[in-house]
Structures are given as C-alpha cells and as structure tokens.
Design a protein around this ligand. Structure first.
Ligand code: NG1
Length: 392
C-alpha cells in the first residue's frame, strides 16, 4: 500500500461528503499459516497480518445517521449506528454497521460518522477483508466517540467477532479479528484461542509467504462453515460425556480420541475431530520448526494440514487441491495448503525467499495448465495491526 489507498479513501470522502476527513482507520488483512478450523474449538492458530489494507477515511457526521461509501460498491449505506439491522448474509455493510451495533449494545454512546472505504485487499481471496473492514470501522466509531484509548485491541477484536456472529451470521472463531487488531510488525502470532494469549513468532528470512487465489468463489460458505462448527461442538459434547469432564475439542489427545472416538462419535464427527486433534499438534510443531529454521519440516506439516482439511474436514475443492499439488511439485517450495475457511478461496505457499519470481511464474503456468484459471501469487509480509491516523 498504502499511500494509494489512503488517497483513494480521502479523495472519495471529499467527493461524497464535500469536506476533508478527520482521520484514517487502517487495518491489515491476514493470512493463516497453520492451525485451520481450530479457533472455534479453543485451539492454537498461527496467522500473520499482511501488508495489504482496508482504509476507512472518517469524520463525525452532521446528522443522526451514519453514512458509508466504498470505492468498490456503488451504493451509499445509511444507518442508525445505535441500532443497525443486518442487511443479510454477504452484504458489505454488515461489516461496517456490526461493530457500531455491538458497541452500542454494550452501553457506549456511539455517534454518527461519515466514512469512505478503500482497500488493496482482494475480497473473498483468503486475506480476511471482512475482519479488516470490521476492525477499521470499529476503530473509526470508537475514535469519533473519543474512547478508542479505553478499548484494548483484544476487546475490539471480541466486539468485531460478535458483530460477525450477529450481523453477518457467521459463527466464526476469534482468529481473524484478533490478528487484524493485535498484530506486531514483522511477526506472526501464535494464538491460544481459548484464553487469547499471544506469542509472537519470527519468520525465517529464508522463507517467503505467497497467497494464491484459486479463483473459486466461496459458495454458500456461511452455512457450511456453521455446520462444521456444529459438528465440532457435538463431537466435543459427546467426548466430554465419555471422559467425565468438559473438554474443548482442541484439548482432546490422540489417545483419548483413539479410545473413545469410534464408539462415541458418528463418522462425520470422528473425521472432524481427527482433523482438529491432528491440526492442534501440527500447529505447535510448526512453531518449533519456524523457531529452529527447519523449513522442510514446516512445509511437510503444511502439506499434512491440507490433506486433513481436504479428507477429514472436507473444506477443500478440486481447484484448491490442484493448486496445492502444483505448488508442492515446484522446486524451492517447502509446502502449501488451503488457508482460511476453504470451500474455495486461497492457498498459502511457503517457498524460498530467493526464488519468489520464478516460483510464482511456474505456479501460475502450472495452475493454468491444470484448470484453465488465471491466478497471480501475492507475496505478503508480516505487518502491524490496525491503528488510527489523525489528519487534522
Ligand atoms: P476466513 O478465511 O476469514 O473466512 C474463517 C473464520 C476463522 C477461522 C477460519 C478457519 C470468519 C470471519 N473467520 O476464516 O475464524 O475459523 O475460517 O480456520 O469466518
């Protein structure tokens, strides 16, 4: 970015509202390196915020209603920020009104704002543009209310997660919002999604991270995502009964699952549980590999993660499988896997930092040959979390 995006948001604000904005709320996207579909089961995840952003240019509004326009959508959204109502699944305005609705229901006095949104974060491509939009909008409302300093990044993330549940209808975990709100420049974050403890992890300089869009849009992903969450919750309930104590699925051990899984769970729950229990082990091993600089072993864990997501968690699709397989055949690639919720969307590819150009070109050609789909790998670097920049 982000100079261009800043001026795009500022210019759009001037054009639509006839004055200059007071400040910019800037929020990065994120990519998850490993630890997939474990956040809502209380597991560990390893995302990093990326150097692609959503920028919200904003100022207090003259009237009672908030107004949001976007460089990517023609309509101007106008709503009562103290009691907004959802616009139905998938609508971009849910992500801007949701955080205001949640803060208001917490008893905060949230004033109306005028805002203009611009992004260099591709939508629906696995970089969590929705969480970035929520966190940036949430910060814009808090800053105008004069209470941005009272709300910690962690509380902001929790409010945005609640907004996603209530306004977008996705019962997501905390990974996206927490990484967008709390990230540190240059580092990935190993998050314990049960107690929200975060350890930062440096990425070895020899490894580059590429995000590659499969070009397959996520269809009906909200319903399928919520179904996976239900499968995991019912597996956890049944295993808790067998074990005689209340457990989160991510804290069940391999031995416990082997002993009780077959008798206590149905086939679907058993497969979901196998993924979560295995992924939890893989993510902790992955952190050790990164700390040791063992990139071959890290890449193997990524490949295993993809297999498990495809076979046991059933969130891949033929194109993502082809993309990952094509990437893993290229010399200089350590490993690859789908990233984020799946059902389409993007893969993350880990490769030699000194081979990014040729590896990207080879992957683009190999994926085109296998699927006829054009894609362009995006090199991402670990970036800082969301912030407000005052303009006047
Ligand atoms: P994305 O890729 O942003 O849709 C989703 C959830 C996360 C997490 C991952 C799977 C949302 C907003 N976020 O990520 O909480 O569960 O899937 O690991 O749906």
């Amino acid at each position: 970015m982000t100079g261009d995006i800043r001026s795009l948001a500022t210019g759009l604000f001037r054009e639509r509202f006839g004055r200059a904005p007071r400040a910019l709320a800037v929020a990065p996207g994120r990519v998850n390196l490993i630890g997939e579909h474990t956040d809502y089961s209380g597991g560990h995840v390893l995302p990093m915020a990326v150097d692609r952003h959503v920028v919200v240019a904003f100022d207090a509004a003259g009237g009672q209603a908030s107004r949001f326009c976007s460089a990517d959508f023609p309509e101007m959204a106008e709503f009562d920020q103290r009691a907004p109502s959802s616009c139905g699944a998938g609508h971009w305005t849910n992500y801007v009104m949701g955080p205001a609705g949640v803060f208001s229901s917490q008893g905060r006095d949230i004033p109306a704002i005028d805002a203009a949104v611009a992004a260099d974060l591709p939508k629906g491509a696995g970089l969590s543009s929705s969480a970035a939009l929520e966190v940036a909008s949430g910060l814009a409302f808090l800053s105008t209310a004069g209470c941005a300093g009272e709300v910690s990044p962690r509380s902001l993330a929790l409010a945005c997660q609640e907004a996603e549940h209530r306004y977008a209808g996705v019962k997501c975990g905390i990974m996206d919002q927490l990484s967008v709100a709390c990230a540190e420049d240059g580092k990935a974050m190993y998050i314990d999604c049960h107690n929200l403890f975060v350890k930062t992890v440096e990425l070895p300089a020899a490894m580059a991270v590429l995000v590659v869009d499969s070009g397959v849009p996520r269809k009906l992903a909200e319903a399928a995502y919520n179904q996976r969450r239900e499968d995991c919750e019912s597996a956890a309930r049944k295993l808790s009964k067998e074990l005689g104590r209340r457990v989160r699925l991510a804290e069940v051990t391999h031995d416990e699952l082997n002993e009780f899984g077959r008798s206590a769970l149905d086939k679907t729950e058993l497969r979901r549980a196998r993924h979560v229990v295995g992924e939890e082990l893989r993510s902790s091993r992955a952190v050790d590999c990164l700390r040791r600089g063992d990139l071959e072993a890290f890449g193997e864990l990524a490949r295993e993660s993809h297999r498990s997501l495809a076979e046991d968690f059933e969130v891949s699709c033929p194109e993502l499988d082809k993309l990952v397989a094509a990437a893993c055949r290229i010399e200089g690639v350590f490993g690859a896997r789908l990233t984020g919720a799946g059902f389409g969307g993007a893969a993350v590819v880990f490769c030699r930092a000194d081979g990014v150009g040729p590896i990207s070109a080879e992957l683009t050609a190999a994926y085109r040959a296998r699927t006829g789909i054009e894609t362009r790998p995006v090199l991402v670097r670990p970036s800082a979390g969301a912030r407000v920049e005052q303009l006047r």
